[in-house]
Design a protein around this ligand. Structure first.
Ligand SMILES: *[C@@H]1O[C@H](CO)[C@@H](O)[C@H](O)[C@H]1NC(C)=O
Ligand SMILES: *[C@@H]1O[C@H](CO)[C@@H](O)[C@H](O)[C@H]1NC(C)=O
Ligand SMILES: *[C@@H]1O[C@H](CO)[C@@H](O)[C@H](O)[C@H]1NC(C)=O
Ligand SMILES: *[C@@H]1O[C@H](CO)[C@@H](O)[C@H](O)[C@H]1NC(C)=O
Ligand SMILES: *[C@@H]1O[C@H](CO)[C@@H](O)[C@H](O)[C@H]1NC(C)=O
Ligand SMILES: *[C@@H]1O[C@H](CO)[C@@H](O)[C@H](O)[C@H]1NC(C)=O
Length: 654
């Protein structure tokens, strides 16, 4: 009966402690995006967009705290005995200068989630000079310390320690971990790479163990083990979380994931399932040694400085934005070597935008194509270079991959995958060495459509190609079609005068509205795609000066043949009639639809891909009424309405 009463009183007690978690669900935060409201942060701590918890940034002498916002019960109120607990978390210390980290972070249990009055630097945001060592303050921490503080008898600048209400560790060991075969391996806390840590307290054995590993697997052996009864150290309920600080030397301290459990084992993290760290930055660290002494040293110093200044000027100092770029930055020297000094012999061709050289990367032997631009405006080049960052992240099997780039003064170099079979125009115009078979042409058209669909609709933002033409379709070793040069036309539109925009593109592929508006759109890309379709089938350029007058403009000629019921007459004679008629009609009709004079009447890439895959039948093509009326024309267009069984075609030259 008295037991029942105790239980009753206990429940009342719990009910009154409404800010205390009574029924603790295990915490398991794989990134902190979904638990923004459950973390109380102060100082420099913040949860970044991708869910990374950063405790500090790269500023000097700052601190950051991140605690789970509710207190957790750590003791049996009746017996006063501390509970067992267990935690696993993945952290990364990214120092501003390689191997010079400051100051570290600590897994912390505390009666306060703000730690008012605490100091940064060697105090790790935990304590200050007054409270250090005072026992009324309940702070228990496991520190991952990257700085050697003589005041606190630190063993080195890369250690793990257990601290009780003090910055002086009760026990500490150099950071390391045990492999499965029980061999000990050193671990650099400031490597910038994610490290997983486990802290397990067993209240039966009165033992605390700490483990570390750069991988997902919890090692069998702890790196630090200490006999300790936390019952007298912990208060009934405590906040649990992390504290960190910087000093003269700085690091960004991240926590990528955190799990915690009372009276159970915390779940480990698979390293690959966590938010990724920001791109690591290569930094030039310039160490200046000042030697005062003989004049000789001074003169030598001056000479060296002149040399360095020249070198730095030549290197065209890496600027902040350049470090954000996704694809890698090559050194100019590296690319010069790769292309053997941009030898004429290595020249693959002239693009509209510059010369293209074949090259081989010095270290790995990977063949590359290097596109070399000169630009009249350094500003334009700079602005454009920021766009390389996003262009470089485009990845699709039908796009030529941008591997990296380099910049030297007014010159920009772009590095692409080398495409052994060159560009499509060499296979269709004039006297090609190889005649592509019908199936190959059909496949290439589908490839280009799928690459363009990705640019228009499937990537995170719409990318307008602006210069689709046979010369920009490259063929890889298996003759798959891949679009090249996406987004580059933008550079040339800007020119030196930011107010005027030049129309960039290639005659015959330029949508008629472009000459008026100058504003490229996805539908002007579709127009150019239509021209490409027709030329691949007909084996000639969109405007052919050598042709008969009625055949001069490809699209008009195809349209006339269509009306007279002799559409197959236009198919490339070099195929010798070896082609699939149904497919040919499909492609020609589609080519005409894309070449519509009215931008909104052109199908979207999504629709085009479905037509090509045979998922949707093409609507009937009907000549537009003689008098062109812009508004009525728009009303009759195919804007995605599946039920319409015909569409009007407005030839370009009326
Ligand atoms: C986080 O907070 C929300 C309410 O703000 C609550 O519903 C949820 O249970 C909390 N999650 C954890 C893990 O504490
Ligand atoms: C870093 O954190 C400090 C302290 O919160 C803040 O004042 C500073 O603006 C932050 N710096 C950056 C670059 O975010
Ligand atoms: C707390 O301790 C008492 C007495 O030792 C014990 O009977 C009870 O089961 C404990 N409660 C918990 C939640 O461990
Ligand atoms: C410790 O817990 C008791 C109640 O369990 C509370 O009265 C006291 O204020 C707590 N101590 C601190 C420093 O928060
Ligand atoms: C140290 O922290 C305590 C507790 O928050 C505070 O009262 C005290 O003023 C701080 N001491 C200094 C020197 O800032
Ligand atoms: C270690 O912990 C105990 C309490 O368990 C304490 O008395 C002692 O002063 C601590 N510090 C060191 C340096 O041992």
């Amino acid at each position: 009966m008295s037991q029942k009463l105790t239980l009753f009183l206990f429940l009342i007690f719990l009910a009154n402690q409404n800010h205390v978690l009574t029924q603790l669900d295990d915490l398991y935060f794989q990134g902190f995006n979904h638990v923004r409201n459950n973390m109380s942060l102060n100082g420099a701590a913040e949860i970044e967009k991708n869910g990374l918890l950063s405790l500090t940034n790269n500023s000097k002498s700052i601190l950051g705290h991140a605690f789970y916002s509710h207190q957790i019960k750590f003791k049996n109120s009746t017996s006063g005995k501390a509970f067992s607990f267990s935690t696993a978390f993945v952290f990364a210390v990214v120092p501003k200068y390689p191997n010079l980290g400051g100051h570290g972070l600590a897994f912390t249990l505390s009666t306060s989630n703000e730690l008012p009055g605490a100091f940064p630097r060697k105090y790790l945001g935990l304590l200050n000079t007054t409270v250090a060592g005072s026992f009324s303050y309940h702070i228990f921490s496991v520190e991952f310390d990257t700085h050697k503080d003589y005041d606190f008898f630190d063993i080195n600048d890369n250690h793990v320690g257990v601290n009780i209400n003090s910055m002086i560790s009760n026990k500490s060991v150099p950071a390391a971990y045990f492999l499965l075969n029980s061999e000990k391996e050193e671990l650099d806390l400031t490597s910038g790479n994610p490290i997983q840590a486990w802290v397990d307290y067993d209240s039966v054995k009165n033992q605390l163990e700490v483990r570390l590993s750069p991988s997902s697997t919890k090692p069998i052996y702890p790196i630090l083990s200490i006999d300790i009864d936390l019952s007298s150290i912990l208060n009934d309920s405590m906040y649990v979380g992390f504290s960190s600080s910087t000093g003269m030397l700085t690091s960004t301290h991240y926590v990528l994931g955190w799990s915690f459990s009372v009276n159970g084992e915390a779940k480990s993290f698979s390293m690959s399932s966590l938010p990724s760290l920001p791109e690591t930055k290569d930094l030039l660290v310039l160490v200046v040694c000042v030697s005062v002494g003989s004049t000789f040293v001074i003169i030598l110093g001056i000479a060296v400085s002149f040399y360095l200044v020249r070198k730095i000027k030549d290197a065209d100092m890496i600027e902040g934005w350049e470090l954000q770029v996704g694809p890698r930055r090559f050194s100019y020297q590296e690319l010069r070597e790769a292309t053997r000094g941009f030898r004429e012999k290595e020249l693959l061709g002239f693009g509209g935008f510059g010369k293209v050289y074949k090259g081989t990367l010095p270290n790995c032997g990977t063949p590359i194509a290097v596109k070399r631009f000169c630009h009249e405006s350094k500003q334009g080049l700079r602005e454009f270079s920021t766009e390389i960052a996003s262009i470089g992240r485009l990845r699709h099997k039908n796009l030529v991959r941008l591997l990296g780039w380099s910049r030297l003064r007014g010159e920009l170099l772009l590095v692409y995958d080398f495409m052994p079979n060159g560009s499509l125009d060499k296979y269709i115009f004039e006297e090609p060495k190889t005649i592509l078979k019908w199936e190959q042409r059909f496949k290439i058209v589908k490839d280009v459509a799928s690459g363009l669909l990705y640019l228009h609709e499937e990537w995170e933002q719409t990318v307008i190609h602006r210069d689709i033409k046979a010369g920009n379709v490259l063929l890889d070793s298996e003759l798959n079609g891949r679009l090249g040069d996406f987004g580059l036309a933008k550079l040339y539109e800007r020119g030196s005068n930011p107010i005027t925009t030049k129309v960039v593109g290639t005659l015959g592929y330029l949508a008629p509205e472009l000459t008026k508006t100058g504003k490229p759109t996805t539908s002007s890309d579709v127009f150019a795609f239509g021209a490409l379709l027709l030329e691949v089938i007909c084996g000639r350029r969109p405007i052919e000066p050598k042709a008969l007058p009625e055949e001069l403009i490809l699209v008009d000629w195809v349209w006339d043949k269509w009306k007279s019921g002799a559409i197959l007459d236009v198919v490339d004679p070099r195929l010798n009639g070896e082609f699939d008629e149904t497919e040919a009609v499909l492609l020609l009709k589609l080519g005409l639809m894309c070449s519509n004079y009215v931008p909104r009447a052109r199908p979207l890439m999504r629709k085009i891909v479905r037509y090509l895959e045979g998922e949707v039948a093409l609507p009937e093509l009907v000549a537009a009424p003689d008098v062109y009326d812009g508004e009525n024309a728009d009303a009759n267009t195919d804007s995605g309405d599946e039920c319409k069984d015909h569409m009007y075609f407005y030839p370009q030259s009326t």
